[in-house]
Write a protein that binds this ligand. Structure first.
Ligand code: DAK
Length: 259
Protein backbone atom coordinates (compact mmCIF):
# COMPACT_ATOMS: atom_id res chain seq x y z
CA UNK A 1 0.00 0.00 0.00
CA UNK A 2 2.12 2.82 -1.30
CA UNK A 3 0.68 6.29 -1.18
CA UNK A 4 2.25 9.71 -1.39
CA UNK A 5 0.49 11.73 1.29
CA UNK A 6 -0.41 9.04 3.78
CA UNK A 7 1.58 6.20 5.32
CA UNK A 8 -0.27 2.93 5.64
CA UNK A 9 0.77 -0.07 7.69
CA UNK A 10 -1.83 -2.86 7.40
CA UNK A 11 -0.09 -4.84 10.17
CA UNK A 12 0.93 -2.19 12.70
CA UNK A 13 -0.02 -4.65 15.44
CA UNK A 14 -1.90 -7.95 15.33
CA UNK A 15 -5.14 -7.30 13.41
CA UNK A 16 -4.57 -3.52 13.59
CA UNK A 17 -3.86 -1.21 10.67
CA UNK A 18 -2.45 2.29 11.01
CA UNK A 19 -2.95 5.18 8.62
CA UNK A 20 -0.83 8.26 9.23
CA UNK A 21 -1.70 11.51 7.47
CA UNK A 22 1.64 12.72 6.20
CA UNK A 23 1.80 16.37 5.08
CA UNK A 24 3.56 17.64 8.19
CA UNK A 25 4.72 20.96 6.70
CA UNK A 26 1.12 21.88 5.87
CA UNK A 27 -0.17 20.60 9.23
CA UNK A 28 -1.76 17.71 7.34
CA UNK A 29 -4.13 20.00 5.43
CA UNK A 30 -6.54 17.69 3.63
CA UNK A 31 -6.11 18.28 -0.09
CA UNK A 32 -8.00 16.32 -2.72
CA UNK A 33 -5.17 13.85 -3.29
CA UNK A 34 -4.81 13.05 0.41
CA UNK A 35 -8.55 12.47 0.78
CA UNK A 36 -8.58 10.23 -2.28
CA UNK A 37 -5.66 8.22 -0.92
CA UNK A 38 -7.39 7.94 2.44
CA UNK A 39 -10.54 6.66 0.77
CA UNK A 40 -8.57 4.08 -1.24
CA UNK A 41 -6.57 2.92 1.79
CA UNK A 42 -9.69 2.50 3.90
CA UNK A 43 -11.41 0.56 1.17
CA UNK A 44 -8.40 -1.77 0.78
CA UNK A 45 -8.09 -2.28 4.55
CA UNK A 46 -11.81 -2.98 4.79
CA UNK A 47 -11.26 -5.87 2.35
CA UNK A 48 -8.30 -7.38 4.23
CA UNK A 49 -9.58 -10.17 6.42
CA UNK A 50 -6.70 -9.98 8.90
CA UNK A 51 -7.42 -6.32 9.69
CA UNK A 52 -10.00 -5.93 12.45
CA UNK A 53 -9.54 -2.33 13.53
CA UNK A 54 -8.09 0.77 11.86
CA UNK A 55 -6.38 3.75 13.49
CA UNK A 56 -6.07 7.11 11.73
CA UNK A 57 -3.53 9.52 13.14
CA UNK A 58 -1.45 12.55 12.23
CA UNK A 59 1.59 13.72 14.16
CA UNK A 60 2.06 15.39 17.55
CA UNK A 61 1.55 18.89 16.11
CA UNK A 62 -1.48 18.22 13.94
CA UNK A 63 -4.06 15.58 13.26
CA UNK A 64 -5.22 17.84 10.40
CA UNK A 65 -5.66 21.62 10.24
CA UNK A 66 -8.60 21.34 7.87
CA UNK A 67 -9.23 21.12 4.16
CA UNK A 68 -6.48 22.72 2.08
CA UNK A 69 -7.42 26.40 1.96
CA UNK A 70 -4.81 27.12 -0.73
CA UNK A 71 -6.40 24.51 -2.97
CA UNK A 72 -9.95 25.71 -2.28
CA UNK A 73 -9.30 29.45 -2.51
CA UNK A 74 -9.89 29.88 -6.24
CA UNK A 75 -12.77 27.42 -6.57
CA UNK A 76 -16.38 28.39 -7.20
CA UNK A 77 -19.51 26.48 -6.23
CA UNK A 78 -19.75 24.69 -9.56
CA UNK A 79 -16.11 23.56 -9.33
CA UNK A 80 -16.90 22.04 -5.93
CA UNK A 81 -20.06 20.43 -7.27
CA UNK A 82 -18.09 18.83 -10.10
CA UNK A 83 -15.29 17.63 -7.83
CA UNK A 84 -17.97 16.11 -5.57
CA UNK A 85 -15.71 15.49 -2.62
CA UNK A 86 -18.70 14.37 -0.61
CA UNK A 87 -18.51 11.03 -2.34
CA UNK A 88 -15.03 10.55 -0.86
CA UNK A 89 -16.17 11.55 2.61
CA UNK A 90 -19.22 9.27 2.38
CA UNK A 91 -16.93 6.38 1.54
CA UNK A 92 -15.00 6.95 4.77
CA UNK A 93 -18.24 6.89 6.72
CA UNK A 94 -19.19 3.62 5.03
CA UNK A 95 -16.04 1.76 6.20
CA UNK A 96 -17.29 -1.40 7.89
CA UNK A 97 -14.41 -1.90 10.30
CA UNK A 98 -14.13 0.27 13.40
CA UNK A 99 -11.92 3.33 13.02
CA UNK A 100 -10.21 5.09 15.92
CA UNK A 101 -8.89 8.62 15.46
CA UNK A 102 -5.71 9.19 17.50
CA UNK A 103 -5.60 12.98 17.70
CA UNK A 104 -2.77 15.23 18.82
CA UNK A 105 -2.41 18.94 18.08
CA UNK A 106 -4.80 20.63 15.66
CA UNK A 107 -8.03 18.94 14.56
CA UNK A 108 -9.69 21.83 12.78
CA UNK A 109 -12.41 22.22 10.17
CA UNK A 110 -12.25 19.16 7.94
CA UNK A 111 -9.73 17.71 10.42
CA UNK A 112 -12.27 17.84 13.22
CA UNK A 113 -14.90 16.49 10.82
CA UNK A 114 -12.62 13.63 9.83
CA UNK A 115 -12.03 12.73 13.49
CA UNK A 116 -15.79 12.81 14.07
CA UNK A 117 -16.39 10.57 11.04
CA UNK A 118 -14.26 7.96 12.83
CA UNK A 119 -15.98 5.82 15.46
CA UNK A 120 -13.97 6.85 18.52
CA UNK A 121 -11.45 9.54 19.35
CA UNK A 122 -8.42 9.21 21.63
CA UNK A 123 -6.92 12.65 22.24
CA UNK A 124 -3.53 13.75 23.50
CA UNK A 125 -3.42 16.55 26.07
CA UNK A 126 -2.27 18.93 23.33
CA UNK A 127 -5.24 18.26 21.02
CA UNK A 128 -7.27 21.28 19.94
CA UNK A 129 -10.61 20.88 18.22
CA UNK A 130 -12.39 23.57 16.24
CA UNK A 131 -14.60 24.45 13.29
CA UNK A 132 -12.94 27.73 12.25
CA UNK A 133 -14.47 27.87 8.75
CA UNK A 134 -16.53 30.91 9.78
CA UNK A 135 -13.29 32.91 10.09
CA UNK A 136 -12.56 32.41 6.39
CA UNK A 137 -16.07 33.28 5.26
CA UNK A 138 -17.52 29.80 4.87
CA UNK A 139 -19.14 27.21 7.14
CA UNK A 140 -18.51 23.53 7.90
CA UNK A 141 -19.39 21.27 4.98
CA UNK A 142 -18.49 17.72 6.00
CA UNK A 143 -20.56 17.13 9.11
CA UNK A 144 -19.35 19.93 11.38
CA UNK A 145 -22.81 21.32 12.03
CA UNK A 146 -24.42 17.88 12.31
CA UNK A 147 -22.03 15.43 14.00
CA UNK A 148 -20.63 18.07 16.32
CA UNK A 149 -24.12 19.14 17.44
CA UNK A 150 -25.11 15.54 18.12
CA UNK A 151 -21.87 14.96 20.05
CA UNK A 152 -21.68 18.08 22.23
CA UNK A 153 -25.16 19.60 22.11
CA UNK A 154 -26.62 22.68 20.45
CA UNK A 155 -25.25 25.42 22.70
CA UNK A 156 -21.66 24.19 22.57
CA UNK A 157 -21.74 23.43 18.85
CA UNK A 158 -23.37 26.74 18.04
CA UNK A 159 -20.65 28.64 19.88
CA UNK A 160 -17.85 26.71 18.19
CA UNK A 161 -19.35 26.99 14.70
CA UNK A 162 -20.34 30.66 14.98
CA UNK A 163 -17.11 31.91 16.59
CA UNK A 164 -14.60 29.43 15.21
CA UNK A 165 -13.04 29.10 18.66
CA UNK A 166 -10.88 26.09 19.48
CA UNK A 167 -11.55 23.85 22.46
CA UNK A 168 -8.91 21.96 24.42
CA UNK A 169 -8.78 18.19 24.71
CA UNK A 170 -10.03 18.45 28.27
CA UNK A 171 -13.05 20.55 27.21
CA UNK A 172 -13.69 18.15 24.34
CA UNK A 173 -13.80 15.28 26.78
CA UNK A 174 -16.10 17.13 29.15
CA UNK A 175 -18.47 17.82 26.27
CA UNK A 176 -18.45 14.19 25.09
CA UNK A 177 -16.54 14.65 21.84
CA UNK A 178 -13.65 12.33 22.71
CA UNK A 179 -13.34 9.04 24.52
CA UNK A 180 -10.38 10.05 26.67
CA UNK A 181 -7.42 12.34 26.98
CA UNK A 182 -3.94 11.01 27.70
CA UNK A 183 -0.42 12.48 27.76
CA UNK A 184 1.06 13.29 24.37
CA UNK A 185 3.70 10.56 24.66
CA UNK A 186 1.14 7.77 24.81
CA UNK A 187 -1.87 8.85 22.73
CA UNK A 188 -1.06 6.44 19.91
CA UNK A 189 -0.33 3.59 22.35
CA UNK A 190 -3.66 4.28 24.02
CA UNK A 191 -5.43 4.06 20.65
CA UNK A 192 -3.63 0.78 19.93
CA UNK A 193 -4.68 -0.54 23.34
CA UNK A 194 -8.31 0.21 22.54
CA UNK A 195 -7.96 -1.28 19.04
CA UNK A 196 -6.48 -4.46 20.53
CA UNK A 197 -9.43 -4.84 22.85
CA UNK A 198 -11.82 -4.52 19.90
CA UNK A 199 -9.74 -6.86 17.74
CA UNK A 200 -10.24 -9.66 20.27
CA UNK A 201 -14.01 -9.66 19.67
CA UNK A 202 -15.92 -11.35 16.87
CA UNK A 203 -15.40 -9.26 13.71
CA UNK A 204 -18.92 -10.14 12.62
CA UNK A 205 -20.51 -8.97 15.86
CA UNK A 206 -18.30 -5.84 15.78
CA UNK A 207 -19.41 -4.98 12.26
CA UNK A 208 -23.09 -5.45 13.06
CA UNK A 209 -22.78 -3.52 16.32
CA UNK A 210 -21.00 -0.59 14.65
CA UNK A 211 -23.73 -0.44 12.00
CA UNK A 212 -26.37 -0.46 14.72
CA UNK A 213 -24.79 2.29 16.82
CA UNK A 214 -24.44 4.44 13.70
CA UNK A 215 -28.10 3.82 12.92
CA UNK A 216 -28.95 5.68 16.13
CA UNK A 217 -27.72 8.86 14.42
CA UNK A 218 -29.75 8.35 11.30
CA UNK A 219 -33.15 7.17 12.43
CA UNK A 220 -35.94 7.51 14.96
CA UNK A 221 -35.97 5.22 18.02
CA UNK A 222 -38.42 2.61 16.70
CA UNK A 223 -36.64 2.25 13.37
CA UNK A 224 -33.29 2.03 15.20
CA UNK A 225 -34.57 -0.64 17.59
CA UNK A 226 -35.94 -2.66 14.67
CA UNK A 227 -32.60 -2.42 12.86
CA UNK A 228 -30.75 -3.45 16.04
CA UNK A 229 -33.02 -6.47 16.45
CA UNK A 230 -32.25 -7.74 12.93
CA UNK A 231 -28.53 -7.36 13.47
CA UNK A 232 -28.83 -9.06 16.85
CA UNK A 233 -30.50 -12.10 15.19
CA UNK A 234 -27.78 -12.05 12.55
CA UNK A 235 -25.01 -12.56 15.14
CA UNK A 236 -26.61 -15.98 15.85
CA UNK A 237 -25.77 -17.00 12.27
CA UNK A 238 -22.05 -16.84 13.09
CA UNK A 239 -19.68 -19.51 14.40
CA UNK A 240 -18.31 -16.78 16.64
CA UNK A 241 -21.58 -16.69 18.59
CA UNK A 242 -21.22 -20.43 19.35
CA UNK A 243 -17.55 -19.97 20.22
CA UNK A 244 -18.24 -16.98 22.48
CA UNK A 245 -21.01 -18.72 24.38
CA UNK A 246 -19.17 -22.07 24.58
CA UNK A 247 -16.10 -20.33 25.93
CA UNK A 248 -18.19 -18.66 28.62
CA UNK A 249 -19.72 -21.95 29.67
CA UNK A 250 -16.34 -23.72 29.59
CA UNK A 251 -14.73 -20.86 31.55
CA UNK A 252 -12.06 -20.11 28.92
CA UNK A 253 -11.20 -17.18 26.65
CA UNK A 254 -12.98 -17.25 23.26
CA UNK A 255 -11.04 -17.31 20.00
CA UNK A 256 -13.04 -15.50 17.35
CA UNK A 257 -12.37 -16.28 13.71
CA UNK A 258 -14.80 -13.99 11.93
CA UNK A 259 -16.89 -16.91 10.66
N1 DAK B 1 -4.84 24.70 4.41
C1 DAK B 1 -3.66 24.94 3.78
N2 DAK B 1 -2.50 25.18 4.43
C2 DAK B 1 -2.55 25.20 5.77
C3 DAK B 1 -3.74 24.96 6.49
C4 DAK B 1 -4.93 24.70 5.74
N3 DAK B 1 -6.09 24.40 6.33
N4 DAK B 1 -3.45 25.06 7.81
C5 DAK B 1 -2.15 25.31 7.90
N5 DAK B 1 -1.59 25.41 6.68
C6 DAK B 1 -0.19 25.69 6.34
C7 DAK B 1 0.12 27.16 6.52
O1 DAK B 1 -0.29 27.90 5.39
C8 DAK B 1 1.62 27.11 6.69
O2 DAK B 1 2.21 26.95 5.42
P1 DAK B 1 3.39 27.96 4.91
O3 DAK B 1 2.80 29.33 5.01
O4 DAK B 1 4.50 27.71 5.88
O5 DAK B 1 3.67 27.50 3.52
C9 DAK B 1 1.85 25.83 7.46
O6 DAK B 1 0.68 25.04 7.24
C10 DAK B 1 1.99 26.04 8.96
O7 DAK B 1 0.89 26.81 9.41
P2 DAK B 1 1.03 28.16 10.26
O8 DAK B 1 2.30 28.85 9.93
O9 DAK B 1 -0.23 28.93 10.09
O10 DAK B 1 1.14 27.56 11.74
P3 DAK B 1 0.66 28.23 13.10
O11 DAK B 1 1.16 27.31 14.16
O12 DAK B 1 1.04 29.67 13.15
O13 DAK B 1 -0.93 28.19 13.07
C11 DAK B 1 -3.08 27.10 12.70
C12 DAK B 1 -1.57 26.94 13.07
C13 DAK B 1 -3.66 25.72 12.59
C14 DAK B 1 -3.80 27.87 13.84
C15 DAK B 1 -3.20 27.91 11.38
O14 DAK B 1 -2.35 27.29 10.41
C16 DAK B 1 -4.60 27.94 10.85
O15 DAK B 1 -5.43 28.72 11.30
N6 DAK B 1 -4.88 27.10 9.82
C17 DAK B 1 -6.15 27.10 9.14
C18 DAK B 1 -7.20 26.43 9.97
C19 DAK B 1 -8.54 26.45 9.29
O16 DAK B 1 -9.13 27.52 9.00
N7 DAK B 1 -9.12 25.27 9.00
C20 DAK B 1 -10.39 25.13 8.32
C21 DAK B 1 -10.19 25.12 6.81
S1 DAK B 1 -11.71 25.00 5.93
C22 DAK B 1 -15.68 19.56 2.20
C23 DAK B 1 -15.11 18.87 3.22
C24 DAK B 1 -14.41 19.54 4.20
C25 DAK B 1 -14.26 20.91 4.12
C26 DAK B 1 -14.84 21.61 3.11
C27 DAK B 1 -15.55 20.94 2.14
N8 DAK B 1 -16.45 18.91 1.18
C28 DAK B 1 -16.72 17.47 1.34
C29 DAK B 1 -16.86 19.55 0.01
C30 DAK B 1 -13.47 21.59 5.15
C31 DAK B 1 -13.16 22.88 5.14
C32 DAK B 1 -12.11 23.36 6.02
O17 DAK B 1 -11.52 22.60 6.78
Amino acid sequence: MNFELILVNPAYAAHIALIQLNRPKELNALNLQLMLELKQALSQLDDLEEVRCIIITGNQQAFAAGADIKQMESKNAIDLLKIDQFETWDQIRKTKKPIIAAVSGFALGGGCELAMTCDMIIASESAKFGQPEIKIGIMPGAGGTQRLTRAIGKANAMEMVLTGKFISAEEAQRMGLVNRVVPEEIYLDEAVKLAKEIALMSPIAIRLAKESVNKAFESGLQEGLYFERKNFYMTFASEDQKEGMNAFVEKRKPIFTGK
